[in-house]
Design a protein around this ligand. Structure first.
Ligand code: NAD
Ligand code: SER
Length: 316
């Protein structure tokens, strides 16, 4: 069993991915790391270490001490937060990836690094966006993800580093709050609905975006990582899709459970980011190469979020 290290394990995706990997691989085989000194709830009982990935020597020490062979590198500054400090976002998103890729040359067997629909820009075809198309991202987050994809493919071609990646849509789960992105409204809205409060949405009612339930994202991530290397044809990043909706559409679905739920639209700077991203994505390459299929469409996603939130104590 290869020992796994997760960077950014206490974030929105990391929380759920860590728990799932520990369930599948055994608690002791999955080392969770993040900036904070103590782990968050929900990630299970395996080992935890504080790690700032901007300190490569600490990262390398953990790899040696724990005999790590696989790394899931989830730490990043997301789209909305990146616009507030573009140079910091570029530095963190790029330097951390290069640190991990360098370790891939001779210490690691496999690396996972997430990309995003943010690699696409206003010149990209918006509907059923192809795997290979015009990109031209115009957010610093999207620029960093596109550059990251190029670095991943380069390290695979030049050094044989087995790095794998997915272009996630907006991710929606109930165990952790979203971390500074443009799709965060689709998580926040559920917290207001459950609390029977009005929601002020920072996107317009018609902002169509690709979205995915967290269970599907975790399933896709582990599915890609478990695929035999020769079947992973794309070494930049795979398009990945499940469903697409607007704030108005998800509101109608939530009203089937909370008929009095109210929403008000007050679009801010994040609307422009949303406008630059696809409405929907063609993920046929992922479906063909490693058998990806999603489980949650809008109806199931909304049901699962509402039941999940009702059952759990949510933390920030
Ligand atoms: P998040 O912001 O919720 O979590 C990121 C985690 O990284 C946090 O726990 C944070 O403390 C940690 N971190 C930040 N700086 C760090 C550092 N210097 N060293 C170590 N850890 C650090 O983000 P997320 O939503 O969980 O996203 C995880 C990855 O998935 C990111 O690469 C993101 O770009 C990508 N992604 C997420 C979404 C989404 O909708 N959540 C969509 C597309 C892609
Ligand atoms: N959900 C992410 C964001 O909005 C997309 O990568 O930043």
């Amino acid at each position: 069993m290869s020992k796994i290290l997760i960077i950014g394990a206490c974030g929105q995706l990391g929380t759920e991915l860590t728990l799932k990997l520990r369930t599948l691989k055994g608690d002791d085989n999955v080392l969770a790391t993040d900036l904070r000194s103590e782990p968050v709830k929900f990630i299970g009982d395996g080992p935890y270490e504080q790690l700032d990935i901007m300190h490569p020597s600490r990262f390398n020490e953990l790899i040696d001490n724990y005999g790590i062979k696989e790394v899931y590198h989830l730490a990043a500054v997301l789209s909305a937060k990146s616009e507030q400090d573009p140079r910091f976002a570029w530095k963190l998103n790029m330097e951390s990836l290069l640190t991990v890729l360098e370790a891939g040359k001779d210490q690691l067997e496999k690396i996972y690094w997430p990309s995003s629909i943010a690699v696409f820009g206003p010149d990209t075809p918006k509907v059923n966006t192809p795997q290979n198309t015009v990109m031209n991202p115009n957010t610093i987050y999207g620029i960093s993800k596109q550059a990251g994809e190029r670095w991943c493919e380069y390290y695979f071609e030049k050094y044989g580093v087995d790095v794998r990646s997915l272009r996630y849509p907006g991710l929606i789960g109930h165990k952790a709050m979203a971390g500074g992105g443009t799709t965060d409204y689709a998580v926040d809205i559920f917290h207001k609905a459950i609390a029977e409060e009005k929601y002020e949405c920072f996107l317009s009612r018609d902002a169509m975006l690709p979205m995915m339930h967290m269970d599907d994202a975790v399933k896709a991530t582990i599915g890609l990582m478990e695929t035999p290397a020769e079947n992973v044809r794309i070494r930049s990043s795979y398009n990945l899709a499940a469903t697409s909706f607007t704030p108005a559409v998800i509101t109608s679905e939530i009203r089937k459970h909370y008929p009095d739920f109210e929403i008000e639209y007050a679009p801010d700077f994040r609307q422009k980011i949303a406008d630059s991203w696809p409405d929907s994505v063609d993920d046929s390459a992922a479906r063909q190469d490693w058998g990806w299929h999603h489980q949650y469409d809008l109806k199931e996603l909304v049901e699962k979020m509402i039941t999940g939130l009702k059952e759990s104590i949510v933390f920030n």
